[in-house]
Write a protein that binds this ligand. Structure first.
Ligand code: FAD
Length: 415
């Protein structure tokens, strides 16, 4: 059996999906497989490389002409306006290449903050921060996790914002604030309990917009992640940082809900991203298994490798169907808490297994920088912690399910 080295990734229209979303998937697949994947070596070069910069500009212009720019934003903000399901389905294609997202105008964490500002921002906040982010003039960061308190329980956050006249005064220490070095503005999760507080534990937090050049905003270091200190996951102290009261993003006490909004839909996008990466890893694994000769025959003839292929197929298919089911529950305004937690646990774990097998099939090449597999492996492992660790989501799932039964109902897997 021979498989061409550059067989394009296979995407067909999905029956029962709208023509619009199918077209978005096909158009995205064409750009990713024909233009981006063959140029991954170039895209791996430093950002300052001029050849890389002009390629990035060229592709971004092409993406805009094809109406595929900023799938996370409504049309009135220059985005595609394809809605939640469309974005989710597009993400599994985008994720085939680790370089795609910025080429389509989606750059985390700024994209998440843009969605927050669209939903909670005042007209002044949108003018001052959202529009420059969309125009690519500034970037931002999201500063919630703290070194001395459990990030897995956001109610434990101790960074305070206290009212003083017409200003908030912020004090605390955060870490893992991604993109902290380049950001012009930080969305900072602060404890604002006290005066006017009705004691509800979910209403003690407020997100506050802090320009990063405000006195008292101090980046202490970039925390190394997987041995890489250049990732800009920053440890930041907030020492008597003063910003106007109108910098609160949403009403006082809505910080917890806003964070859940940001993370809820975000988890579906992350999981569709994982599905796309698994899909690519699966493709790479099969290409390698059909072209590599070991011990007197091609790898694919060894039954242990056939086991890898079959197990990976099941992992990807299960992960994908679970994620689509979750997206449909959200899209139908159903209670999606159990489904969101389920995919947040299952999908990164499935990706971890699939990428691990693909790496094994590639031998030493699998851990090299010559394929995207090593990066995928680290991101799958990281995702089992970021945005809520596995254990916390399992507890949430069990609580929701048990509550359902305690109310005299049984679980309905069909809806
Ligand atoms: C690469 C990366 C980027 C990140 N970017 C950002 C960012 O931009 N902004 C931001 O604010 N944060 C960011 N984070 C932080 C991330 O959201 C937190 O790490 C995560 O929420 C977990 O919090 P924690 O690290 O404090 O772990 P902890 O809360 O201390 O938990 C540690 C471990 O305890 C276990 N555990 C927790 N609760 C339970 C329980 N009830 N039962 C059993 N076991 C339990 C889990 O195994 C968990 O992994 C990032 C993290 C990483 C790794």
């Amino acid at each position: 059996m021979t498989i061409p080295a550059f067989a394009p990734l296979s995407v067909q229209p999905i029956p029962n999906l709208s023509d619009e979303i199918n077209q978005v998937r096909l158009d995205t697949a064409k750009i990713v497989s024909e233009y981006i994947i063959p140029k991954e070596e170039l895209l791996r070069r430093p950002r300052e490389d001029t050849e890389r910069q002009s390629f990035v500009y060229e592709i971004q212009e092409h993406v805009k002409q094809q109406n595929l720019w900023a799938p996370h934003l409504p049309k009135e903000y220059g985005g595609m306006g394809i809605g939640f399901l469309g974005h989710a389905y597009m993400n599994e294609i985008l994720a085939w290449s680790p370089f795609s997202n910025p080429l389509f105008g989606v750059v985390a964490p700024t994209s998440g903050n843009e969605s927050l500002l669209v939903k909670y921002g005042t007209e002044e906040q949108k003018e001052k921060w959202l529009m420059p982010m969309i125009r690519g003039e500034i970037t931002s960061c999201f500063s919630m996790t703290e070194p001395d308190n459990a990030g897995s329980n956001p109610r434990s956050i101790q960074t305070t914002a206290v009212r003083d006249g017409d200003e908030w005064v912020i004090n605390g220490r955060k870490w893992f604030t991604s993109n902290g070095v380049h950001a012009s503005v930080a969305v900072v999760m602060c404890r604002t309990e006290g005066e006017g507080d009705d004691g509800d534990p979910n209403e003690k937090m407020t997100q506050i917009l802090v320009p990063t050049d405000t006195p008292g905003f101090n980046i202490e270091r970039s925390v190394p992640v997987w041995g890489n200190a250049g990732g800009n996951h920053c440890e930041i102290t907030y020492n008597n940082v003063r910003v106007p009261l109108e910098n609160a993003l949403g009403a006082r006490g809505t910080g917890h809900q806003a964070a859940q909004d940001r993370l809820g839909a975000g988890r579906v996008y992350h999981c569709m991203n994982c599905v796309g990466q698994m899909w690519r890893a699966f493709d790479l694994m099969i290409k390698r298994a059909t072209t590599r000769e070991v011990h007197g025959g091609p790898l694919y003839e060894k039954q242990m490798i056939q086991d890898f292929i079959a197990e990976s197929y099941m992992d990807i298919q299960a992960a994908r169907l679970m994620t689509i089911h979750c997206a449909e529950v959200i899209d139908n305004d159903g209670d999606s808490r159990t489904e969101i937690s389920a995919i947040k646990v299952f999908v990164p774990n499935a990706m971890h297994r699939v990428v691990d097998r693909a790496i094994q099939v590639h031998g030493a090449m699998g851990v090299s920088g010559d394929t995207p597999l090593a990066g995928m492996y680290l991101s799958a492992r990281t995702l089992r912690i970021a945005d809520g660790p596995d254990e916390v989501h399992k507890i949430l799932m069990a609580k929701n399910i048990l509550k359902h039964y305690a109310a005299g109902k049984a679980w309905d897997f069909g809806v």
